[in-house]
Design a protein around this ligand. Structure first.
Ligand code: ATP
Ligand code: MN
Length: 466
């Protein structure tokens, strides 16, 4: 076969330089045709669109073409010509074909279109080859890139917080332990009868991080503005469409910001990255809109074009108490709002994204800044249509005495947090930040309903396949 440098299908479909010889490589989506000509729809992942390869059967022989079935990988040299068929700009008239790998039609699972998302989850190793997951994973990429681009343009520094940590953080969620001890026969401390972690790899119990925030604050108190973007692990046994055991979190933390600056940042950030992704991934988003969620583009435009509504937790609870709606979980001042309450406020009452502030201190973490009323803290959650909570954040308590008092009140160990408390001892400053669950944002932008469908290899209770 003549050696020609490969061109990606996305480039070919963009260019209008016809009558030249090119090489494309990709996976066969479908093959149809008649006695004389075969039409092969080829996709290489660079775009949702396939290119049509036109093959004269006489030239290649029927036996050879039989092996080019759905799922097979081929390399084709040919002449790029203007397409006769509708809805396509270019097609390739094959002159040479090399088969890299066949895919036995009797066993290749992605034969027909329209497999259920549940079935595709069971073959997560192959589902990136479908239109749906190709679109989702391209969107995921562009969204990640937009996040780095946004913070970089603002002069924030990407700060790498540890994945293995000995701090039990903030009680954000149950943790996965990290240990090299023999699980069947761990060394026992004779005095206490408990596992002797001094013999463990780090000399003490450690776990996978549930949040990079506490370490992120250390970065902000030196570099001014930082963000993290890394994997986060929570052993929460909640089988919901919005929770993963392994998910990615973005956590900006900014010195000198108060809770209002924090809300401005969250809103500006969300609008920027959604807008960027809409521009970059128009075809993929249109496809998902058509296939799964007809209101998707409308909803995205709505979020871009409307100011998020800001109100306090107390105001929100009042609305919920008097709305006459029957909720599964009771709502009263002091209750932790459930997804049904959040979605009622967003989807039914305001019909707009909202930012709730000033939560009762009892339902929020120890580090949130106490308001003058002594009862509420300067937390801020961003609630989105279809998703509920997408961001949780706050202004942080920068006062050493107040922070220690809260830690003691909650019977947490000040000793193990001494490194965190040092920021309040030495050159403390007001600061604020938030955490965005990356997959919740991908859910929102793709219109998918289940968080297992927006990450390549989801980790959930009883599922660590692939
Ligand atoms: P939820 O009430 O939905 O469980 P949370 O209050 O535990 O959320 P935070 O601890 O504030 O969440 O974490 C910050 C963000 O991380 C959340 O706003 C959400 O977007 C995301 N998040 C939290 N837990 C998960 C999870 N298990 N899977 C995916 N994303 C998550
Ligand atoms: Mn949670």
């Amino acid at each position: 076969m003549e050696l020609i440098k490969r061109t990606k299908i996305v480039e070919i479909l963009k260019s209008s330089v016809f009558d030249q010889k090119v090489n494309i490589k990709g996976w066969v989506r479908t093959r149809r045709g008649n006695k004389n000509i075969a039409f092969i729809a080829l996709n290489d992942g660079s775009t949702i669109n396939n290119i049509q390869v036109v093959v004269e059967i006489e030239k290649f022989g029927e036996e050879f073409l039989k092996t080019i079935t759905t799922g097979a990988c081929i390399s084709v040299n040919g002449l790029l010509v203007e397409s006769q068929g509708q809805g396509q700009t270019a097609e390739l008239q094959a002159s040479e074909i090399q088969i890299y790998g066949a895919a036995d039609p009797n066993t290749y699972p992605l034969q027909k279109k329209g497999h259920s998302l549940e079935f595709l989850r069971e073959i997560a190793h192959l589902r990136p080859r479908t239109n749906t997951f190709g679109a989702i994973f391209r969107i995921r990429h562009h969204l990640s890139f937009a996040i780095h681009k946004y913070f970089n343009e603002l002069g924030f520094f990407y700060f790498h917080t540890p994945i293995i940590t000995a701090s039990d953080a903030e009680g954000a969620g149950s943790m996965f332990q990290v240990s090299t001890l023999n699980a069947e026969k761990p060394p026992i401390d004779k005095a206490t009868g408990k596992i002797d972690h001094t013999k463990d790899f780090f000399g003490k119990p450690t776990n996978l991080t549930v949040s990079g925030q506490l370490e992120g604050e250390l970065g902000a108190m030196a570099l001014g503005g930082i963000y993290t973007f890394g994997p986060t692990f929570r052993a929460e046994n909640s089988n919901t469409p919005r929770h993963l055991a392994e998910f990615w979190m973005i956590e900006p933390e900014v010195a000198f910001n108060d809770v209002n600056d924090n809300m401005d940042l969250a809103e500006d950030f969300l609008k920027y990255v959604i807008n960027y992704t809409l521009e970059q991934c128009k075809e993929d988003i249109d496809f998902l809109c058509k296939m799964y969620d007809n209101e998707l583009t409308e909803r995205l435009d709505f979020v871009l074009n409307n100011k998020f509504i800001r109100l306090t937790y107390t105001e929100g609870v009042k609305i919920l108490e008097s709305c006459g709606e029957k909720f599964e979980f009771p709502v009263y001042w002091g209750a932790d709002l459930q997804s049904e309450h959040e979605r009622y406020l967003v989807e039914r009452h305001f019909k707009c994204p909202i930012m709730l502030t000033d939560y009762p201190k009892e339902i929020k973490s120890f580090y949130m800044k106490l308001n003058d009323d002594g009862k509420t803290v300067r937390g801020m959650d961003v609630l989105f249509p279809k998703i509920g909570e997408i961001i949780g954040g706050s202004e942080r308590e920068e006062n050493y005495d107040k922070l220690i008092a809260r830690i003691n009140e909650l019977e947490m160990s000040a000793d193990s947090l001494s490194w965190y408390l040092d920021t309040r001892k030495f050159g403390t400053a007001p600061h604020a930040g938030f955490g965005l669950g990356f997959e919740r944002l991908v859910l929102f932008i793709t219109g998918m309903a289940n968080i297992r469908d927006v990450i390549p290899f989801p980790r959930t209770p009883n599922n660590a396949e692939f």
